[in-house]
Design a binder for this molecule. Structure first.
Ligand code: NI
Length: 256
């Protein structure tokens, strides 16, 4: 089997506290070749940086998730910029808008979404977008900030074909994970069918969103083989081909 590239993971999460070291140390022998660990706050960005320094196959992204943007100020934003510029930190993210939880006022989310996009442009890094129940505002801000001229992935893509087309037309990528294997994934399967294979990134978002037959359990990068099989069925190719192309996609996207 071809090696797996997990383009979006959270191994800093406390769900991995009991076995993080042994789990990550076993990844390569289990067929996982590369992982991008994604920051979602200042503290998880710091943990991400530490993981990239410890494991040769782990790369990182620096960013503050919309739910956490209440913690940002000018001083710690300068630290975030420093972190994003460190070696093996290959992207800015995950950043965006989340109107599902609505934990942070929308105006605060929007302000720091824009600031983090500008940071990515300044550092010339690709962007990992988190957008939940905020389709229009996300697209508006990306357009206003000049997102057409930069590369980004819409992580855990949860919208329909029409919005997928908008992002693909701008040159962006779609992140697809365990949800593709769920029984009720009709809309995502349509998107996966519509999107060219060379614009899809495989992602776990672990510890969340484990694919069937592990749904509801703790997810990890080895389980992406189940997503690859499902995507292969949608695309009418074999799973090795999916792993090969998505590996190339992730290397191109993150410039590794
Ligand atoms: Ni995530």
């Amino acid at each position: 089997m071809k090696a797996i590239f997990d383009s979006h993971a959270h191994y800093d999460d406390e769900a991995f506290d009991s076995d993080r070291e042994s789990l990550l140390s076993s990844m390569e022998e289990k067929g996982v070749g590369r992982i991008v660990n994604v920051g979602a706050s200042l503290s998880t960005t710091k943990q991400t940086l530490e993981l990239t320094q410890k494991y040769p196959f782990v790369y990182g992204a620096a960013g503050v998730h919309p739910d956490e943007t209440g913690e940002l100020n000018e001083e710690n934003f300068r630290w975030l910029e420093w972190a994003a510029g460190q070696e093996k930190m290959v992207a800015v993210g995950e950043i965006g808008l989340d109107y599902y939880w609505d934990n942070t006022p929308r105006e605060v989310q929007k302000q720091w979404f824009r600031r983090q996009l500008e940071l990515a442009w300044k550092l010339d890094k690709p962007v990992i977008i988190h957008s939940r129940e905020a389709a229009k505002d996300t697209l508006d801000i990306i357009r206003e900030e000049g997102g057409r001229d930069h590369v980004m992935v819409i992580h855990c893509f949860s919208y329909g074909v029409e919005l997928a087309r908008e992002y693909l037309d701008m040159g962006h990528y779609l992140g697809i994970g365990g949800v593709l294997t769920f029984k009720n994934a009709k809309k995502l399967k349509e998107v996966a069918d519509f999107a060219p294979l060379d614009r899809i990134l495989l992602e776990t978002d672990c510890p969340y969103l484990a694919p069937v037959p592990f749904r509801g359990k703790r997810n990890d990068s080895t389980k992406l083989s189940h997503v690859a099989e499902e995507l292969a069925a949608v695309k009418g190719v074999d799973a090795d081909r999916v792993l090969e192309v998505t590996w190339e996609n992730a290397c191109r996207f993150y410039r590794i």
